[in-house]
Design a binder for this molecule. Structure first.
Ligand SMILES: [Fe+2]
Length: 469
């Protein structure tokens, strides 16, 4: 007996050590021990096949679509033509692949950035679309026609299932290509919520805007078919006074139109859309948000407009995260958190997706809103009314992975891992949504992190003793 128990104890200790090696548990949550092979993120060369210009005279390229009004019955179709003449800005469309009997006339714009002149950037809004309908559309009328399709969202309603993909900080490296392919392999995804930092063209000398064009061609295989809901990140600012470029967001705002006016916004960097059972608010980390500013006033009025019996799921997108335990961009989102967090808690925002940090992290439901200048209560605390904060800036851009974390893992952090990937937010009905995160090294059926969301705006949690939040 005397010799038996120490060996059992040793075995137990050994098991504990081995399991601790599988996942690093600290006072906070879980730091995944999945170790990614160190490799430098490298942009795909300019002659890569994913950047190929489509054949044909003045063929439309960089085709992308996004929601065109507040309720999803319109779609903005955008593309670029690069020859000397603009070509047509018209879109032919219809529900029969062989009979595009509807048409809409768009407009084009172009811009100069230092020594670069853009092609003709066309934007055309298709309105009065039927919900939950597959439309075929053609661009490039007159010379080289290219055809694509999209499916409109179901009519807005509280129990409408819908599945969003989440991608952030994508860039155009070999890893970016893996992330996009991984996302595309998920058959459930219907629309991308993109949390900012698109092309990383500003990493090139003079912000070489040719890399905006290559990025547009790279992502076309998804953006021409799935609407991407755009958020502006810091790599969209393109503020370069040293080369005379002093208008922030010039390339981004010429190329990526969003339906900001339909939600009463006065600038394309903060706006909202309703899609199925979700109300999506996009915020601008790099536009003013202090009291009295246009964004502040808009958000204050906007939150009051959200009708949770119509759209029970309230999702916020922003670029710079409020809860981030990596040693990258640490506390950069702090000033916006101070301004808006009480509103998010009061309105029971379900989830906040952010990017910026090139890794993955999910928080517990916490808030840090008790502080005033005298009480010293400056610590995140568990709060059932608070959102879950998810950092999904792990698209795989040229800047590489953020792999240096604060230690120990803070209490607010539920799960973190330094890998590239994407996420899926699958709304089932008004009460349930299933969230999964997919690292690039796995197949799309593998969820490296997951969570059931129970909607707190429509469900009385006191009736549900087994529900975790
Ligand atoms: Fe960023």
């Amino acid at each position: 007996m005397g010799r038996w128990w120490p060996s059992r104890l040793l075995l137990g200790l050994l098991c504990a050590v081995v399991s601790a090696g599988l996942v690093g548990r600290t006072d906070g949550g879980v730091t995944s021990s999945f170790v990614r092979k160190p490799a430098k993120a490298v942009d795909m060369p300019i002659d890569s096949d994913v950047f190929r210009v489509p054949p044909g005279y003045n063929a439309p390229q960089q085709v992308h679509i996004t929601q065109g009004n507040h309720d999803g019955s319109a779609m903005i179709i955008s593309w670029v033509t690069e020859e000397e003449e603009p070509g047509s800005s018209k879109v032919l469309y219809g529900t029969d692949r062989d009979q595009l009997d509807l048409n809409s006339e768009g407009k084009y714009t172009r811009y100069k950035f230092y020594n670069y002149t853009s092609g003709y950037i066309h934007h055309c809004t298709l309105r009065h679309l039927k919900h939950d309908t597959k439309y075929y559309y053609a661009v490039g009328i007159g010379h080289t026609i290219r055809k694509f399709w999209f499916t409109t969202p179901p009519e807005v309603g509280p129990d409408v299932p819908y599945t969003f993909g989440l991608i952030g900080d994508l860039g155009q490296s070999h890893d970016s290509n893996v992330t996009l392919t991984h996302y595309e392999s998920n058959p459930k995804a219907q629309t991308v919520l993109f949390v900012g930092d698109l092309s990383y063209a500003d990493k090139y000398p003079n912000h070489d805007n040719v890399r905006w064009d290559t990025w547009g061609r790279f992502v076309e295989r998804s953006t021409a078919y799935h609407p991407w809901i755009w958020t502006a990140g810091n790599h969209e600012i393109d503020f370069a006074p040293e080369i005379g470029e002093t208008v922030p967001f010039k390339p981004f705002s010429h190329r990526y139109h969003v339906p900001y006016r339909s939600s009463g916004s006065t600038a394309p960097f903060w706006y909202s859309v309703k899609r199925a059972s979700a109300y999506i608010i996009v915020l601008a980390s790099y536009s003013a948000y202090d009291k009295y500013t246009p964004q502040y006033q808009w958000l204050e009025a906007e939150l009051a407009k959200v009708n949770r019996s119509e759209t029970p799921w309230l999702i916020v997108l922003m670029h710079s995260p409020w809860y981030n335990s990596y040693n990258y961009h640490y506390m950069e989102g702090e000033s916006m958190r101070v301004m808006f967090e009480p509103w998010f808690v009061k309105n029971k925002v379900d989830v906040v997706f952010a990017g910026h940090v090139h890794a993955y992290e999910r928080s517990h439901r916490v808030s840090n809103i008790a502080y005033d200048i005298a009480n010293g209560k400056c610590k995140p605390v568990p709060d059932e009314s608070a959102p879950v904060y998810i950092t999904i800036g792990d698209g795989g851009n040229v800047e590489g992975l953020a792999n240096n974390m604060t230690e120990p893992q803070p209490n607010y952090s539920a799960f973190r891992e330094s890998s590239f990937g994407h996420a899926i937010f699958e709304i089932k009905n008004r009460t349930h949504a299933y969230y999964t995160w997919h690292r690039n090294q796995d197949g799309n059926a593998v969820a490296a992190d997951s969570m059931w969301f129970y909607n707190r705006s429509v469900r009385d949690l006191s009736e549900c003793s087994s529900c975790s939040i």
